[in-house]
Design a protein around this ligand. Sequence first.
Ligand SMILES: [Cu+2]
Length: 159
Amino acid sequence: MISRTTIPDRCAHSALIPLLAACVCFPMACGEGGAPPPSSGSESAAPAASTDPEGVVVDIDLDEYNILMNSVMPAGRVTLALANRGFEEHNLLFVVLESDSTVWETERRLSPGERRTVTLDLEAGKYRAVCDFSGHEGRGMLVEFSVEEKTPTGAGPDR
Ligand SMILES: [Cu+2]
């Protein structure tokens, strides 16, 4: 008897499906360098429409449960562009780390989706930004940042 040599079936590779499903979508909108003038929206009294050439705009986003902001901001006059991107109300306090004293806080909570612009003066030092509404601080709405003196302008290589 002649035994037939059996040719094994071509082993089909089980489908190699690359996992392309991970669409990495960064929530940060890159490319928007300058903030649009916050003239629209429901603002309370904003009488500071005078000369403010050195106003630095600092974006601070609030959601559940994070405070998204730069870890360094310049000393002096800054304009905080607050935005509640969450679905709960949030507030914000700046606390000096060393003295544990609150130097600024929102006058009222921000509603979901609300934007608000606040101008204030900050001295150099270490601070903590906190949302202390409804236990949010314990859930993560707590971030430390530092305020640093601005380097003098005139970054040109030559005079
Ligand atoms: Cu909060």
